[in-house]
Design a protein around this ligand. Structure first.
Ligand code: ARG
Length: 457
């Protein structure tokens, strides 16, 4: 029997199945760098406060650094008997440096240790994800600038609604991802608070210096109630919520890329390097990447619901249920990082088929709102104008006449208010340019927004 670090009170060794069932080492080994960084800070704090000797802390720190190198180099063996990363590292420390290693866990519990590790890990990953979002946003802006004059149909209900600039469409996502970054930064604020020193649940009887440890680890603050600090995982839940919103945004663009690259739309072409073929149908070029990102959305939502559910009935403080927080967290981080990274590459290579986009609006009916607005400007109430234009639309549809091809005498059949200026009025370009206010689709506004973005917004 391999002796466990907590075996003192037990007279039987752990059932093999139970050992495997309760272990988290198969996934929490990922935390090793953070576990070791936390332990180094803890050892230094123990020495500073005189709880252990400086020479002992040095020995511990050197041992921990050696262990980190072993794991980095893939030379560290993880055993299921060690249960989790915390015990695996501690046990190795004791075998490396002997009895002094046994002092590391003074004034600490795995309960504050695991909360610490999770916060250290997440604060790093939040920063990584923010950088990936920024990179993706840059590609959106790049594509917008490259196609600044392309006019496309804007949709509601996936029915053509009003013309917009393609660049404007892309910048809509820019703003969504900007809020996503803000949400992550906000979550980072609450994540970057140090729980170390909470002990198992009530603090510790030793004269610890938590502020010192927090400074060593670069935390912005320390938790104010140990029971809370070891009990809650709300910082992870907050992250999973923010992640769910991010992947939802990615999923919506995915949907559009899929539809628009279909033969029916043909608005865009995805780069070959980001598509796959069919094993049977030679003509196929499948948008697997956006499809998979759309598909992975369910999995991240699932992780959020999974952890919310895990936490909902737990009495304070730590319960083993909480070990279930890690896999959803790790998988969300990995999935999101890959999705964002691959999207940056893919968006860069999207080709726009301007002719197809233009011909999709050939019937001119997308200008109907503008025609109603024209009548309103000439003194007709909006409701009456709406009715009149409705009849114009019906005429065009029945006679297969593009709205933009109607003659002045045809316009006059519907209202004497129409004057010859209506002929030039019904233009996609002009319709876009008319929406010239903050938030509108006019090129002037879009260019202004790009300038704002490039200045750091
Ligand atoms: N592996 C555990 C987890 O991930 C670490 C904390 C264990 N604490 C305990 N008292 N058993 O939650």
């Amino acid at each position: 029997m391999k002796k466990k670090l907590w075996s003192g009170r037990f007279s039987e060794s752990t059932n093999k199945l139970v050992e495997e069932f309760t272990a988290s080492i198969s996934f929490d080994w990922k935390l090793y760098k953070y576990d070791i960084a936390g332990s180094i800070a803890h050892a230094r704090m123990l020495a500073k406060t005189g709880i252990i000797k400086k020479a002992e802390a040095d020995k511990i720190v050197n041992g921990l650094k050696a262990i980190e190198k072993e794991i980095d180099a893939n030379k560290f063996k993880f055993y299921v008997e060690d249960e989790d990363i915390h015990m695996a590292v501690e046990k190795r420390l004791i075998s490396l440096i002997g009895g002094t290693g046994k002092k590391l866990h003074t004034a600490r519990s795995r309960n504050d240790q695991v909360a610490l590790d999770a916060r250290l890990y997440l604060r790093d990953e939040i920063k990584n994800i923010i950088s990936l979002i920024e990179k993706f946003q840059k590609t959106l802006v790049l594509l917008a600038k490259k196609n600044i004059d392309v006019i496309m149909p804007g949709y509601t209900h996936l029915q053509q609604a009003q013309p917009i600039l393609f660049a404007y469409y892309l910048l809509a996502y820019y703003d969504m991802f900007k809020r996503d970054r803000e949400r992550l930064l906000d979550c980072h604020k609450r994540t970057n608070i140090m729980p170390l020193g909470s002990g198992a649940l009530a603090g510790t009887t030793f004269p610890i210096d938590r502020e010192y440890a927090a400074k060593l680890l670069g935390f912005d603050g320390i938790t104010k109630n140990s029971l809370d600090a070891v009990s809650d995982r709300d910082f992870i839940i907050e992250f999973l919520s923010a992640a769910s919103i991010i992947i939802m945004h990615l999923s919506r663009i995915s949907e559009e890329l899929i539809i628009w690259s279909s033969s029916e739309f043909g608005f865009i072409e995805l780069p070959d390097a980001f598509c796959t073929g069919s094993s049977m149908m030679p003509q196929k070029k499948n948008p697997d990447v956006p499809e998979l990102v759309r598909g992975k959305t369910g999995r991240i939502y699932g992780h959020l619901i999974s952890l919310l559910t895990t936490m909902k009935g737990l009495p304070l403080a730590y319960n083993k249920d909480m070990q279930e927080d890690k896999e959803p967290l790790f998988d969300t981080v990995d999935t999101l990082k890959t999705a964002l990274d691959i999207f940056s590459g893919m968006i860069k290579g999207v080709k726009i088929n301007t002719e197809r986009i233009k011909s999709s609006m050939a019937d001119g009916l997308i200008l109907s709102t503008d025609v109603a607005d024209y009548l309103v400007q000439k003194g007709i109430s909006f409701r009456d104008a709406h009715e009149i234009v409705g009849r114009v639309v019906s005429y065009c549809v029945k006679g297969k006449r593009p709205l933009t091809a109607l003659t002045l005498s045809e316009w006059k059949m519907f209202s004497p208010i129409f004057k010859d200026d209506i002929i030039n009025f019904v233009s996609l370009k002009k319709a876009v340019e008319r929406r010239n206010h903050i938030g509108g689709t006019a090129k002037k506004q879009v260019l202004k927004r790009i300038r704002e973005i490039e200045a750091g917004d």
